[in-house]
Structures are given as structure tokens and as C-alpha cells.
Design a protein around this ligand. Structure first.
Ligand code: MGD
Ligand code: MGD
Ligand code: MO
Length: 641
């Protein structure tokens, strides 16, 4: 569809593919280099992502390429790259079932990873694993937990440092692992020595005895009953989500968790490991395929040898941009600035519901010179677009996805595409060819893929961690976990049995507990807002709001609040409320629940009846990873009407 008339206001009209693609090519021709930015889709296939980053780098000459990982596990990836040299989950789902202890931190698996959650429950109920939940909110998993640690939001560094302190103080450290396989221990010790359980208790609100009990469980888990693991050592899996990452101290939180895994030696054997629970179905693969601003496919950084390798393969010696591009949050902030992003191409993301501080974000998007949205549905961002291109969904195309345990799996076309929609890779390939013709660029042939298999062959050939994987093997064997360097390699179920990608040793990186948030409660905004998800909706709801059965489960935006706060602020359970922050407001329905601590409210970030949590949230970022502080801002709640 092409917008007619006034920008942001005129009506869309249907266009032919030729007309739309010619228009996009002719407009984008003016924005090569720094002025171009693209958001890739963690819903689309590896092949889609590979073609999109190739288009951005080769034809548009820009490394301004990113995706929702920036709003999600960017701190995990940053911390794991520093400490270990790889940003991936180290273990497999089966390790949860073979673990002696599961530490579930800052995530709500029953709602958000229900399949993984059922494995976790099996470990606890059938195999006697210990379960530690670390969460300010009482999640369903607390029903099964041996220990529920309930820190104040944003205080996990103090809590995890104190658990490590106890491990060291009580002689529970894995000395063999620390001496033989790590570095940076002494500097880190100097940091955690200050975190006695008593001091951490004052910061976090968690009882000192509970901190000690948690530390002992992580360091000395029981050996699971009926485990498949042939080990007589009980392992611990450290599992985390957005409650650790979406803070201005997100990277510090994840480093603190990794340090605890290192000092207890909990990686590199069955039933152990570190698991950032990934979000979108293909967010692992989207990063693997190179849809990030600072590395080429397979996390090959922008070193001269890598840039040269891709330049040679793509017949573009000397033509690829070699400086890191902007991440999502910085792309959006730069719109309208001199030297900033002026034209954007967004596939399968809806930033005007997922970015923080939506009033501000929309103001910035309105400064774009040109916006293309390629999606399977109409949404808030598309409503501002100049051109909308219809893509096919996962069920209508072939390709591969890579899940949280690094398993590359085939997705096969099951139904015919709706209308004239086309796969993402095919749309972008066609656009690339048109831009090459228009500008006389020599790379038309670089996008002449006939099917996704050809794309995979090229990607695997340039990406050592995928080099041994092929469609033939995936068809014959099922999913294969990378790294898989050669065709006879079986794939890798858990990482770090021997070395680490960064070298022989993993690195302790100590952090002090910083300020818990940029915005803390005041008299005018007395409550802390925590945002996240619910089982029945997916993110802003672009997809789930269209499903009657799901909408029926949650038709109104629910504001979860402790009844004591409800009384204090004159609300009524089930009554309409208005929630305000310094940046915006929304209307919802009060839901009284003792799952919430007093002083804290929870709102999912789905948009229902024109209300959405991101009108309230704060666009401040973790300095290391640039993730926004979605989990803490100050709000007030008043009865409406
Ligand atoms: N049904 C459904 N499932 C989904 C999604 C969806 O939209 N709907 N989205 C997918 C995506 S992309 C992702 S990234 C995952 C996310 O999965 P989760 O990480 O489970 O997502 P959140 O709902 O953001 O939950 C974060 C949890 O952190 C807690 N928390 C908040 N602040 C703190 C803190 O300071 N410390 C600690 N320890 N905990 C804190 C919250 O109470 C909440 O329970 O879910 C995926 N699965
Ligand atoms: N307040 C608050 N905000 C948050 C978070 C939070 O916890 N709190 N979490 C953040 C996190 S972790 C994430 S991951 C982001 C998610 O933010 P987004 O990625 O913006 O959200 P989605 O709604 O999942 O967008 C996916 C889009 O892809 C489209 N789509 C599906 N399949 C395909 C396909 O095959 N091709 C194409 N082209 N399109 C397709 C869907 O229609 C949908 O519009 O939100 C972030 N924002
Ligand atoms: Mo996510």
C-alpha cells in the first residue's frame, strides 16, 4: 500500500508490487550510508534476516541494522561476550530436567515460556531438584519453589553479589574451576567482600538467612533422581529473563549472575549452565544471521579480516561499511539530528508500541523523511509509513529458525500465502535488485536467490558455527545445535566443557550495586511500575488482539496492585483507574492481588482500548548495552470517573 496525499495523514491505497517496489527503490536511493536504518524481525527466518543485513550492508552501505534483542537480552549478550566470548545460552532444555537446582531469576516462565516451564516443573516434582525463584512479584513458579527471594526491583546486583560472598565465605567455591578456568578472581573478590548477607539484606529486603540458604543450594545441588545425566554431581542451571536485563544496570545484573555461576563452577557439564531465556521464536537466529550493528553473520566482529572476507564473498572488496552502526534505541534517538537516521525500513517489529516513552518515540518517527514497514498485519508503526509491504507469515514460507538452545530447525510452508504477500527475503531481494539497476551497482546477482535453501548455503559457508549444517541434514536428522563446524559434527548440546570462545579462561567482572533506577517514587508519583507480559497476549498485541479467544481472556488492560495500596489510593477491585507517569497516562482496570508487594504495580505492555504501558515508561538506557529501563518508573494511580 502507498500513502496518497499528506504524510502521516493521507489515505493508503493498494498498489502493485512493481509500483510499490519502484517507489521504495527510488526514495531509498537518496539515503545510502548513515542516513539509512533498518530493523529486522526476530519473527522471520534466518534466511530473511541474512538477506536483510546483506541488503543494508552491501546495497545501502549502512551498519545501522538491529532488532528487538536490543530491548530484550542485549545486556545478557554484552555480559556473556565479555566473560565467555559467546552470547548464547550454554545448555539445552534437557539440562533443566537433569539439574539438581534451578535458579529462575527475573522471569515468569509459566506465562512466557510455558514449554520450558513444564520441564522445570518436572525437574522439581519428579526428580527432586531445588527451585529458587528471584522475583519481586509472586509468580506461579513460587508454588513449586524451595526458596522465593523477593528483592526490591533493581537490586539484583547486591543480592547475587551476596550469594557469591556466602559461597566464598563458607568454603563452597569450586576451587578447581576458579583456579584452572577463570581470571579476574582477585579484583572481583575485592568487590563482593563488601556484600555480607546483612548488608545485602538492607538493600534488597531479602532476609540474610535466605541469601545464605540460596547460596548453599546453588553451590551444592542434590543429584537429581532418575536423571539422564551420567554425572554424580548435581548441577545448577541459572535461568533469567527481563527482570534482570531491562534495567539501567542490566549488564551489571547479568555479570553478577555469571560470576555466581563461575565461582560455583556451574557450567560445562550436564544439568548445569547459564540460560538467558530468549524471547521471540527466532531472536537467537536473527542475531546469528548478522542483524546487529557491530558484527557480521555468526558474531564475526567488524575486524578488517572479517569485513574483507565478506567483501570478497559478496564481490564488493572495499565497499562494506566497517564501523559499527547504531543500535535500535540510538537509531530512534538520532532521527532528525544532523548525521542521524532519516529513512527507515522496518520488518516485523512494531516500535510504536514496544519502545519506551511512546509520545516521545512517535514525535521522533514523525521526523523521518521516509518510512517503509513490511509486516503481516497493520499496526501503529505502519500507520505512519509511506509504503507498507505485505510479508508472509511463518506458516506460509520455508526456511529455518534457531531456538533458545541454539537448535537450528526447518520451518516448512504449510499453507498458501494470503493474497499477494511474499516472503521477507524475496521482497528485499527484489528491492535490492531494483536499487542496483537504478544506481548502476554491480550486485544484482548477489540477491538472485531462487529459494531459502540457496540462502542457507551461502550463510553457512560464511559462518563457521553453522558450517556443518545443511537442509539435507536438517531434513534427515531434525534440528541441530550450533556450533556445528563440519558436516560430520553432531552439533553441541552444551558449551564450555573445555575452553571458552574468548580463550582458556572465563572472566569474573565485578559490579557494585548502582542506583536501583533513574526514577524512584515521590509524593506525586508514589508507586513503582513494573511492565512485562501475560500468557494471553504477545507484546503490543498486533497478533493476539486479532484472536477472539485470546482477547476474551484479557479484554481490558489490567493494573495489578496490592489491595492495601488499592485502599490507600481510594480504588476499587475491578474499577477503572487512570495511571500517570511524568511522560504519559493510560486507563485500565484495577486488579487486586497479593502477588504484588505494596508500593509496586504491574501492567502488561499490550495495547488494549487505546491504552498501553509504554506511554508511561522512561527512555533511559543501560550505558553498556543501551537497553531501556522498562522495569522501573514512578507512577500514580487514581480512580477514574
Ligand atoms: N505469552 C507471552 N509469552 C512471551 C512473550 C509475550 O509477549 N507473551 N514475549 C516473549 C519475549 S520477546 C520475551 S523477551 C520473553 C520474556 O519473558 P520474561 O523475562 O519472563 O518476561 P517479563 O514478563 O518481562 O517478566 C519479567 C519478570 O521479571 C520480574 N522483575 C521485574 N523487575 C525485577 C527485578 O528488578 N529483579 C528481578 N529479579 N525480577 C524482576 C517481573 O516481576 C516479571 O515476573 O517472553 C517471551 N514469551
Ligand atoms: N514496557 C515494556 N516494553 C517492552 C518490553 C517490556 O518488557 N516492557 N519488552 C521488550 C522486548 S523483550 C521485546 S522482544 C520487544 C518486542 O517488540 P516488537 O518486536 O516490536 O513486538 P511484536 O509485537 O512481537 O512485533 C512483531 C511483529 O512482527 C510481525 N510478524 C510476524 N511474523 C512475521 C514475518 O514472518 N514477517 C514479517 N515481516 N513480520 C512478521 C507481527 O505482525 C508483529 O507486528 O518489546 C520490548 N518492549
Ligand atoms: Mo524479547
Amino acid at each position: 500500500m502507498i500513502r496518497e496525499g499528506e504524510r502521516f495523514a493521507g489515505e493508503f491505497r493498494e498498489a502493485t508490487w512493481d509500483e510499490a517496489l519502484d517507489l521504495v527503490a527510488s526514495r531509498l536511493a537518496d539515503y545510502r550510508g548513515e542516513a539509512f536504518g533498518t530493523l529486522c524481525s526476530a519473527k522471520a527466518t534466518n534466511e530473511d534476516g541474512y538477506v536483510q543485513q546483506k541488503f543494508a550492508r552491501l546495497v545501502m552501505g549502512s551498519n545501522n541494522i538491529d532488532h528487538c534483542t536490543r530491548l530484550c537480552h542485549a545486556p545478557s549478550v554484552a555480559a556473556m561476550l565479555t566473560s565467555l566470548g559467546s552470547g548464547a545460552t550454554s545448555n539445552s532444555y534437557t539440562d533443566y530436567e537433569n539439574a539438581g537446582c534451578l535458579v529462575v531469576m527475573g522471569c515468569d516462565p509459566t506465562s512466557n515460556h510455558p514449554v520450558a516451564a513444564s520441564r522445570m516443573r518436572r525437574a522439581v516434582v519428579e526428580r527432586g531438584a531445588k527451585l529458587i525463584v528471584i522475583n519481586p512479584r509472586r509468580i506461579d513458579m513460587c508454588d513449586y519453589a524451595d526458596l522465593w527471594l523477593r528483592p526490591y526491583p533493581g537490586t539484583d546486583v547486591a543480592l547475587l553479589n551476596a550469594m557469591a560472598h556466602v559461597v566464598v565465605a563458607e568454603g563452597l567455591a569450586d576451587d578447581g574451576f576458579v583456579d584452572g578456568r577463570t581470571e579476574g578472581y582477585d579484583d572481583w573478590r575485592a568487590v563482593i567482600d563488601g556484600y555480607t548477607p546483612e548488608r545485602a539484606s538492607a538493600i534488597t529486603g531479602v532476609a540474610a538467612e535466605d541469601i545464605r540458604a540460596g547460596a548453599r543450594m546453588v553451590a551444592r545441588p542434590p543429584v537429581p533422581r532418575h536423571g539422564d545425566a551420567d554425572s554424580d554431581r548435581g548441577g545448577a542451571c541459572l535461568i533469567w529473563g527481563m527482570g534482570l536485563t531491562q534495567h539501567t544496570n542490566g549488564t551489571a545484573n547479568v555479570h553478577s549472575a555469571l560470576n555466581l555461576a563461575l565461582v560455583t563452577g556451574q557450567m560445562g557439564f550436564p544439568g548445569s549452565g547459564i540460560s538467558p531465556l530468549r524471547g521471540q521464536n527466532n531472536v537467537q537466529g536473527c542475531g546469528d544471521a548478522g542483524c546487529v550493528p557491530d558484527s557480521l553473520p555468526g558474531y564475526q566482529g567488524l575486524l578488517p579480516e572479517s569485513v574483507e572476507k565478506f567483501g570478497r564473498a559478496w564481490q564488493a572488496a572495499g565497499a562494506l561499511p566497517d564501523q559499527p552502526g547504531r543500535v535500535v534505541t540510538d537509531m530512534v534517538d538520532s532521527i532528525g539530528e544532523a548525521g542521524g537516521v532519516q529513512a527507515m525500513y522496518i520488518t516485523g517489529e512494531n516500535p510504536l508500541l514496544s519502545e519506551p516513552d511512546l509520545n516521545r518515540a512517535e514525535g521522533l518517527f514523525r521526523k523521518l523523511d521516509f518510512l517503509v514497514v513490511q509486516d503481516i498485519f497493520m499496526h501503529e508503526t505502519a500507520e505512519l509509513a509511506d509504503v507498507i509491504l505485505p510479508a508472509t507469515s511463518f506458516a506460509e514460507k520455508d526456511g529455518t529458525f534457531t531456538n533458545s538452545e541454539r537448535r537450528v530447525q526447518r520451518v516448512r510452508q504449510a499453507v498458501e500465502p494470503v493474497g499477494e504477500s511474499r516472503p521477507d527475503w524475496a521482497i528485499i531481494g527484489e528491492l535490492a535488485a531494483r536499487l542496483c539497476d537504478l544506481l548502476g551497482l554491480p550486485w544484482r546477482e548477489q540477491f538472485a536467490f531462487q529459494d531459502p535453501c540457496e540462502i542457507f548455503v551461502e550463510m553457512a559457508g560464511l559462518t563457521p558455527q553453522l558450517a556443518g549444517i545443511s537442509y539435507g541434514r536438517l531434513d534427515a536428522e531434525g534440528g541441530i545445535q550450533w556450533p556445528c563446524p563440519t558436516p560430520d559434527h553432531p552439533g553441541t548440546s552444551y558449551l564450555y566443557r573445555d575452553g571458552f570462545p574468548r580463550g582458556d579462561r572465563a572472566k569474573f567482572v565485578g559490579y557494585e550495586q548502582g542506583p536501583v533506577a533513574v526514577e524512584t517514587p515521590t509524593e506525586r508519583f508514589p508507586l513503582v511500575l513494573n511492565t512485562g507480559r501475560v500468557l494471553y497476549h504477545w507484546h503490543g498485541g498486533t497478533m493476539t488482539r486479532r484472536v477472539g479467544g485470546l482477547l476474551a481472556r484479557m479484554p481490558e488492560l489490567e493494573v495489578s496492585i496490592n489491595p492495601v495500596d488499592g485502599e490507600r489510593f481510594g480504588l476499587r477491585d475491578g474499577g477503572r483507574v487512570r495511571v500517570r507517569s511524568r511522560r504519559g497516562e493510560l486507563s485500565g482496570v484495577a486488579r487486586y492481588t497479593y502477588r504484588m508487594r505494596t508500593g509496586e504495580v504491574f501492567i502488561p505492555f499490550v495495547r488494549l482500548n487505546d491504552s498501553a504501558a509504554n506511554f508511561l515508561t522512561n527512555a533511559v538506557y543501560d550505558p553498556d548495552s543501551r537497553i531501556p529501563e522498562y522495569k522501573v518508573c514512578a507512577v500514580r494511580v487514581d480512580a477514574e470517573g
